[in-house]
Write a protein that binds this ligand. Structure first.
Ligand SMILES: Cc1cc2nc3c(=O)[nH]c(=O)nc-3n(C[C@H](O)[C@H](O)[C@H](O)COP(=O)(O)OP(=O)(O)OC[C@H]3O[C@@H](n4cnc5c(N)ncnc54)[C@H](O)[C@@H]3O)c2cc1C
Length: 406
């Protein structure tokens, strides 16, 4: 490609979804420092497509993405990116948890049933047999997505429209005048473009900070554990998430993929790769939560697993749109724990705004990178709301202590 109109930095779900939407309208170049696309959070997730979330703007993105996943259209080059399994959002402590979100989804004609009796819950999801719940929400149409299929489909669409994906190319900095972007510097030379999309996940805050932009995006490490084969597991079993306690399980490889929803601040070093090893603490947390909250899975042996970085703004809302302090710099970041769920629509929103159009279904102001952020915000080291800890949103990326919560 001679000179791109737009450079997208980051070939995870955020970057490739955005590039896919942009490619029919502009010459798009995607660069990533890794050896292949989707090398980070986008290949480390649990793949649950969850519309029943706390934040209304995340829900708007999730509802739109799930509708697209249900019918990706004839241009989608790959196998279907998702399938319906249903989901149960269990309530361990608070029977009113997610009430507002349920009302919102029902107003959009999305089926959400309240399950009260333990027998009802166990009938829908064997994994919840004996679970000491105070209630549960059953979403029969909820999905799991295959992140790799999504990445491949977005990448193929990009190429079909003449776009280019360049891996092993690390952006070192932004080229700018006083108030606007003119290009980027990479370890393979500079690239001129007056529109740059920053879709760099856990690395985003540090890249922007080097240019005087304070956008507090904090990477939180989370652990996923894979059980050995288990009799309750079946590919069509709904995924289950006891939200106010912080525990989820979804069938995988004849066993269960489980998380105790641990969170630890862990900003990555510059350069490719953010892998972190399995720690005994999160494994013990997940096992003890299984014992207490999912007794039907208490005998599941959590043998292997991995960790990954979920990157959040302090209000846990995505960061999308043009930076008000640096024209031409566009953000698709802060997709936290919902970047699969919101992938298609996050890319669509930003591509639409870049092309000068509007999205009646999402307010750009609500997700703007220039909105006000809290200086202190709660993280959940043990996965539950009750034991949240307040941390300071960093002034400088190095203010974050590796592996710490403060
Ligand atoms: C354990 C775990 C479980 C999850 N479960 C779910 C789930 O069930 N459902 C759901 O919806 N979401 C889930 N998520 C969240 C989801 O995976 C993320 O929100 C999503 O993948 C974020 O995509 P991204 O493209 O923003 O970031 P990433 O996938 O991290 O991509 C960022 C890319 O930027 C590149 N990059 C960074 N810096 C540079 C640079 N200087 N130069 C060039 N390239 C650079 C990186 O190499 C990387 O490829 C989970 C995440 C984790 C970690």
């Amino acid at each position: 490609m001679a000179q791109p109109d737009i450079v997208v930095v980051g070939a995870g779900l955020a970057g490739l979804a955005t590039a896919w939407h942009l490619a029919p309208h502009a010459r798009v170049l995607v660069v990533d420092q890794a050896q292949q696309p989707g090398a980070e959070a986008s290949s480390q997730n649990a793949g649950m497509v969850r519309r029943l979330g706390d934040d209304p703007f995340e829900r708007a993105l999730a509802v739109r993405t799930a509708a697209w996943m249900a019918d990706p259209g004839p241009d989608w080059p790959a196998p279907p990116p998702s399938r319906i399994t249903g989901a149960v959002l269990g309530l361990g402590l608070d029977p009113h948890h997610l009430n507002d979100a349920v009302a919102h989804l029902r107003a959009r004609s999305i089926v959400v049933e309240a399950l009260c009796a333990p027998a009802e819950v166990a009938e829908v999801a064997v994994a919840l047999r004996g679970a000491p719940l105070v209630g549960a929400w059953w979403l029969p149409d909820e999905r799991v997505a295959d992140a790799w299929t999504l990445l491949q489909g977005f990448g193929a669409g990009l190429k079909r429209h003449g776009g280019e994906l360049r891996c092993r190319t690390r952006i070192l900095g932004l080229q700018r005048t006083a108030d606007r972007i003119v290009g980027i510097d990479t370890d393979r030379g500079s690239i001129q473009a007056d529109r740059i999309v920053l879709a760099t996940g856990a690395w985003s805050a540090a890249l922007a900070r080097a240019h005087g932009l304070h956008r507090p995006l904090i990477p939180l490490r989370r652990t996923l554990l894979q059980s050995t084969p288990h009799p309750c597991s079946h590919p069509d079993h709904p995924w289950v998430w006891i939200d106010d306690v912080g525990l989820y399980a979804r069938p995988e490889a004849g066993g269960w993929l489980v998380s105790g929803c641990d969170e630890a601040v862990d900003p990555p070093d510059p350069g490719p790769g953010s892998r972190g090893g399995l720690e005994p603490g999160p494994r013990a947390l997940a096992a003890s939560k299984l014992d207490r909250w999912l007794p039907a899975l208490a005998d599941a042996e959590l043998r292997s697993g991995w960790t990954g970085l979920r990157t959040f703004a302090p209000d846990r809302r995505p960061v999308l749109g043009e930076d008000p302090d640096l024209r031409g710099l566009w953000w698709v970041a802060g997709l936290g724990g919902f970047g699969v769920t919101c992938s298609y629509a996050a890319g669509e929103a930003v591509a639409t705004w870049m092309m000068g159009d509007q999205t009646p279904w999402l307010s750009p102001r609500a997700v703007s990178p220039g909105r006000s952020f809290l200086r202190r915000w709660p993280i959940r080291p043990h996965g539950d709301l009750a034991t949240s800890e307040l941390i300071d949103a960093p002034e400088q990326p190095q203010d974050l202590e590796r592996g710490g919560g403060r």
